[in-house]
Design a protein around this ligand. Structure first.
Ligand code: UDP
Length: 476
């Protein structure tokens, strides 16, 4: 008898929780429109805190039978001198290639692998997919503006011998507003750092894939997308097809967090500012204090997710922080004085549900791309306070290009004073400017809905993507 081989897609996410969730959401999206695929997700382990992935993986495995996780053996990374944990991640992905090879081999015994979709950080695996002649795609978990800057990095690299941090002009890149070099991700600022080499390599690999899937939608980033599609970002080589399939929003399947939703129920419509800083954002005790003072003086209602400060012991800096002791961290009497108009929650809030609650009218965000998309989909205007990764870049895009956020302005050393918190939060909630940002983001919310409805640009892109894999289906 002839055994029908299963059609599989192999996904290779970065295990950092934000990236992992996006990849799983991509799998769910494909599954809901094209239920004949099964999904094999390769999981590496990284030697630093990537958020709580194990419970998440367990929940997904238990609830979606078509998705199975394959844990790759861990690799040991020789000591590296680089200030950036991304360097470690690139090394892990490079050293994991033999394991990816074995995984593809073993999966292909029982499945026809239609495509290999990797996070852009996992670019070394492009070579493995090529060995198996499997079409390989990148899934870019940030926006098209950020993609444009990555695609253009090799050109910038060729045009100067300096480190980006030493360039004293704004950078002009196709399709995006001028950015100061210091608004780019820290690890790419110093040319002599190994992290720079990793990002440059990533950027060089991006156009070599069969396609790049981006978590965005056409009407959110028309200018960046046009520049990419016109080939301006990769001047000397062809640009692969770009599939904008977003916005992909994480389903809120974490448990807990009901306390904040119940509290929000008791607040007036559109009155509450939500402050939340991604899966990894941490502040010093001094900075937490300034936020508290600023919020108190603003007189606004607020829901604030507070985490413990980063540990002083450098050897512990890659570990997840302990539950915060609010009495120790926040100003004396703060919780008591603000209890009728503010709620502080420890470590984590169900962000998507919170943003979509009718009482929430503003969002102070660290500008992680998922958070920005979630705000767009909920129609909640933002104050942009970037902390790490490509978030400073996202602030430029959110504030100057999209005009969906007000900037939080840091002083020289990156510190934000209480007065700035107070003024920005008030500006967002009470000013003309805040109001017009609010209107713009409501329009964008509608555009997002249109993009993912039948016949919308993101649905059309998804269909094209899947059709490109199905060519050849049924021939075996
Ligand atoms: N998130 C959440 N509650 C929190 C912090 C984060 O639900 O208290 C979710 C948020 O909704 C988003 C993700 O975690 O989906 C964070 O992704 P993002 O890209 O914004 O930032 P990252 O954590 O990758 O820096």
């Amino acid at each position: 008898a002839h055994l029908q081989m299963e059609d599989a897609l192999v996904l290779y996410p970065s295990p950092a929780i934000g990236h992992l969730i996006s990849m799983v959401e991509l799998a769910k999206l494909i599954l809901s429109h094209h239920p004949f695929f099964s999904f094999k997700i390769l999981i590496t382990s990284l030697p630093f805190n990537v958020g709580s992935t194990a419970p998440y993986i367990d929940r997904v495995s238990a609830s979606i039978p078509s998705i199975t996780f394959h844990h790759l053996p861990s690799v040991s990374v020789p000591p590296i001198s680089s200030a950036h944990h991304e360097t470690l991640a690139f090394e892990v992905f490079r050293l994991s290639n033999p394991h990816v090879h074995e995984a593809l081999q073993s999966i292909s015994h029982s499945c026809t692998i239609r495509a290999f979709i990797m996070d852009s950080f996992c670019f070394p695996a492009l070579a493995v997919a090529a060995d198996f002649k499997i079409p390989a795609y990148f899934f870019f978990t940030s926006g098209a503006g950020c993609l444009a800057s990555f695609l253009y990095l090799p050109t910038i690299h060729q045009n100067t011998t300096k480190s980006l941090k030493d360039l004293d002009t704004h950078l002009d890149m196709p399709g995006i507003p001028p950015v100061s070099p210091t608004d780019l991700a820290k690890p790419i600022l110093d040319r002599t750092d190994k992290a720079y080499e990793g990002f440059l390599n990533l950027s060089i690999h991006l156009p070599k894939a069969a396609g790049i899937i981006v978590n965005t939608f056409e009407s959110l980033e028309p200018r960046a997308l046009k520049a990419i599609l016109d080939g301006l970002c990769v001047p000397n080589d062809p640009t692969p097809p770009i599939y904008c399939i977003g916005p992909l929003i994480a389903a809120n399947d974490r448990t807990g967090g009901n306390e904040c939703l119940t509290w929000l129920d008791s607040q007036p419509s559109g009155s509450v500012v939500f402050l939340c800083f991604g899966s990894l954002g941490l502040f010093s005790k001094e900075q937490l204090n300034e936020i508290a003072v600023g919020l108190e003086r603003s007189g606004q209602r607020f829901l604030w997710v507070v985490r413990s400060p980063p540990p002083e012991d450098q050897t512990r800096r890659f570990l997840a922080p302990p539950e915060p002791d609010l009495d120790l961290l926040l100003p004396n009497g703060f919780l008591e004085r603000t209890k009728y108009r503010g709620l502080v929650v420890k470590s984590w809030a169900p962000q998507v549900a919170v943003l979509n609650h009718d009482s929430v009218g503003g969002f102070v965000t660290h500008c992680g791309w998922n958070s920005a998309l979630e705000a767009v989909c909920a129609g909640v205007p933002m104050v942009a306070w970037p902390l790490y990764a490509e978030q400073r870049f996202n602030r430029v895009i959110l504030v100057e290009e999209m005009k969906l956020a007000l900037p939080m302005v840091e002083s020289e050393n990156g510190f934000v004073k209480a007065a700035e918190v107070e003024n920005r939060v008030k500006e967002l909630m009470e000013s003309e400017e805040g109001n017009s940002i609010g209107k713009r983001i409501l329009n964008m919310k509608e555009a997002a809905k249109a993009a993912v409805s039948d016949g919308g640009s993101s649905r059309v892109a998804l269909t094209k993507l899947v059709e490109s894999w199905n060519r050849g289906r049924g021939e075996a």
